[in-house]
Write a protein that binds this ligand. Structure first.
Ligand SMILES: Cc1ncc(COP(=O)(O)O)c(C=O)c1O
Length: 400
């Protein structure tokens, strides 16, 4: 079973090999959440996730002969890059097996670290079966993404670092996929502060470890915005550790995750992927439970496609009322559109899109309908805008 000594030994091996990322208090998030919040910026690692820690620790434990033969990992995500990057640094050949549909940017990034990428199968399970066979056939060492004590020990170095950097932390909220990160972190952190609360967070769409801890059997979905923790099969070696060393498991929804991603971007100016935001999502969702505590959150990854991020930002703006669609009925006379635009401008609403329609409107023929998407300062501002437009005689309402 993974011990604190294993995590401490991993920390010595990792010294100077991965970033000792900052762990900083967040004044604004603390005020919002009603507790003291500390953020560990693992999204600053070179490959933008903590996965380098476990990968490096595992690889550095290999014999010369194993190094010469090479390593293999099955992953289309952060683990692939962590293994490929450190294998390249250490001059070890790396083979990464991904499903055929893996996004080309991930394939290219992994190839960029000198790894041989093998695309196989339509599903992750197909890729895994092929990867295991390939490793056995070629004598390559498998670097499992989580179910390996050496990998979990590497991830656990985050727990040691956080408590060295911020010794007052009394609670850790940790994203859980297969369970390697939380097993290691709980082991490391408890060795310094035995009474620390370690709480795992999963998405409602992939609740495998939550199920195991709560004796439930909720089904898994197909996909989640937190793809890094979209895991159906937790580590068999890790579950006993999680039962022993983790205090509780919480679930968050997709909306909670998106909201937390946007807050981290706006407040902390930091980009996290879905899995990197679940800790904050849980803190916001279960606020009362953490009131007054000193909570450490691990921003465990920052790999997200820019277009997906752009969509999440826009949806966040809509949810907070800072991007709204208004429908305004006007008399169908020359200058009506200009009048509406001018009034919106005076009210501080910045127009993003305009649609002016007659034919598709259900209004009488002498009227026209204008739909505008406007940027505002938030819900209260939207109410002010609508009230002012109505006072001016326009029929105005917020839609969708
Ligand atoms: C960003 C991110 N967060 C969390 C996890 C979960 O780690 P584990 O599978 O060790 O629980 C992963 C795993 O890939 C990840 O990429």
């Amino acid at each position: 079973m993974l011990s604190a000594d294993d995590v401490r030994a991993a920390a010595q091996r990792l010294h100077g090999q991965v970033l000792d990322t900052p762990c900083l208090p967040s004044r604004t998030l603390s005020a919002i959440c009603g507790c003291e919040v500390f953020l560990k910026f693992e999204n600053h690692q070179f490959t933008a996730s903590f996965k380098e820690r476990g990968a490096f620790n595992k690889i550095s434990l290999l014999s010369d002969e194993e190094r010469a033969r090479g390593v293999l990992a099955v992953s289309a995500g952060n683990h692939a890059q962590g293994v490929a990057y450190h294998a390249q640094r250490l001059g070890i050949p790396a083979t990464i097996v991904m499903p055929r549909f893996a996004p080309s940017v991930k394939v290219e990034r992994t190839r960029g670290f000198g790894a041989t990428v093998v695309l196989h199968g339509d599903s992750f399970d197909d890729a895994r079966t092929h990867g295991l066979a390939l490793a056995a056939e070629r004598g390559l060492t498998l670097v499992h993404p989580y179910d390996d004590p050496a990998v979990a020990a590497g991830q656990g170095t985050i727990g040691l670092e956080m408590l060295a950097q911020q010794p007052t932390i009394d609670t850790l909220l940790v994203a859980v996929g297969g369970g390697g990160l939380i097993s290691g972190v709980a082991t490391g952190a408890r060795s310094i502060r035995p009474d620390i609360q370690v709480i795992g967070v999963q998405t409602e769409r992939f609740p495998a470890v939550w199920n195991a801890v709560h004796g439930q059997s909720r089904p898994s979905a197909q996909a989640t915005i937190a793809d890094g923790i979209g895991v159906k099969l937790p580590g068999a070696q890790l579950l006993p550790l999680i039962h022993e060393r983790v205090d509780d498991m919480l679930l968050v929804g997709e909306d909670d995750i998106e909201q937390a991603m946007v807050m981290l971007l706006e407040i902390e100016k930091t980009v996290v992927e879905g899995a990197g935001a679940v800790g904050l999502a849980a803190l916001l969702k279960y606020r009362e439970r953490f009131a007054g505590r000193r909570v450490g959150l691990i921003l465990c990854g920052g790999n997200i496609e820019p277009l997906v991020l752009a969509e999440i930002i826009q949806r966040g703006m809509v949810k907070s009322g800072r991007l709204v669609r208004l429908r305004i009925d006007v008399r169908d006379v020359p200058g009506a559109l200009a009048e509406v635009a001018a009034r919106l401008g005076q009210l501080g609403a910045n127009i993003d899109e305009v649609q002016h329609q007659r034919a598709f409107s259900s209004l009488s023929v002498e009227r026209a309908q204008i739909e505008v998407v406007v940027q505002t300062r938030g819900v209260a501002h939207v109410e002010q805008i609508l009230a002012a437009m109505r006072a001016d005689g326009f029929q105005a309402e917020r839609i969708a």
